[in-house]
Design a protein around this ligand. Sequence first.
Ligand SMILES: Nc1ncnc2c1ncn2[C@@H]1O[C@H](COP(=O)(O)OP(=O)(O)O)[C@@H](O)[C@H]1O
Ligand SMILES: O=P(O)(O)OC[C@H]1O[C@](O)(COP(=O)(O)O)[C@@H](O)[C@@H]1O
Ligand SMILES: [Mg+2]
Length: 365
Amino acid sequence: MGNADKVKTIAVLTGGGDAPGLNAVIRAVVRTALGQGLKVWGIKNGFGGMVENQLVELTNDSVAGILPRGGTILGTTNRDNPFHYPVVRDGQVIYEDLSGQALANLRQAGIEALVVIGGDGSLKIASEFYQLGLPVVAVPKTIDNDIPGTERTFGFDTAVGVAAEALDRLHTTAESHHRVMVLEVMGRYAGWIALHAGMAGGADCILLPEIPFSIDSVIAKIKERQQHGRQFSLIVIAEGAYPQGGEVSVSRIVEGSHEKIRLGGAGEKLARAIEQLTGVESRCTVLGHVQRGGTPTAFDRILSTRYGVAAAECVLEGAFGNMVALQKDRIIRRPIDDIAGKANNITADNELLRAGRSIGICFGD
Ligand SMILES: Nc1ncnc2c1ncn2[C@@H]1O[C@H](COP(=O)(O)OP(=O)(O)O)[C@@H](O)[C@H]1O
Ligand SMILES: O=P(O)(O)OC[C@H]1O[C@](O)(COP(=O)(O)O)[C@@H](O)[C@@H]1O
Ligand SMILES: [Mg+2]
């Protein structure tokens, strides 16, 4: 496929963990497509809804008022994969390839192209469907900002704002009690939220998954501050950060999820170690899903809208197999497969990291 004239009906779905701005993307896709005379379906609950045929027609009314709303009106899941889908056979759960059924559902509704708003996992599935002949356009989604090929994902700015505000609040109570306050933020493999929030919130130490930390280095920073009359310290730690020679902290295993491990606990462990080794009272705050909920910032609403419009334009021009991306403040298109298996991590030459070092922030190394 790829003939723009033929596409009259499209569908859109959101997959993976939610991020503020998903609704703004949906709204922009729907408005642009309807404006060009297309019919738009929403697939509910990610790729699971494609298998289960959960379709809902999207009109201008369906997307009215959703620009500032967090979450996704379509629902999402970070489990379902049509190529490896759980079914019960003889009382046993087994996994089958139901991609054919998912494609048949779209065909039956007259859906000729699909816009997938999702993260690395959803984009992998999108790419597999594209290879099976389904015209697909992708919009990158991750709160962690670690999808390669794009400089920014929507929702990240919102998460950083929430974490920076938390640091401001922790600052006053840390100072009053002469404590060390540890803030644990999201970031499984990449510490973008920790780095940006830490810089914005004036953290003394920022610990990232990319730089295994030495507890001695963190303690040296706390002591250095004490010598300068600062009896409190603020530390931001990404959930995926771990000590040199140690391991990430696992909080739970989610069966049926491709990436079963959920992280959590790194901040609490660090706070305990600091208290033991310095005698300074320490507390840990875990921000968790607060970072992912609620209304997107103006920046994220705008970025989401640009992505949504660009994705619909890809459909209208028959430019399938692409992901829309931000580069040098322009929305570009790049083949979905270009990003497969690649990562977007903070490197040693990252400008913000270097700026942090220049102003004396400890990165645990
Ligand atoms: N590396 C992978 N290869 C194949 N499928 C994956 C991979 N990672 C995730 N998936 C599938 O994609 C779905 C969505 O992935 P997930 O990581 O939860 O969300 P996201 O789209 O935000 O990355 C998961 O339910 C899982 O079935
Ligand atoms: O919502 P869950 O299943 O607890 O997963 C939490 C994980 O999802 C994330 O919030 C989001 O990851 P993505 O946006 O990249 O999918 C991670 O930062 C976190 O580790
Ligand atoms: Mg993922």
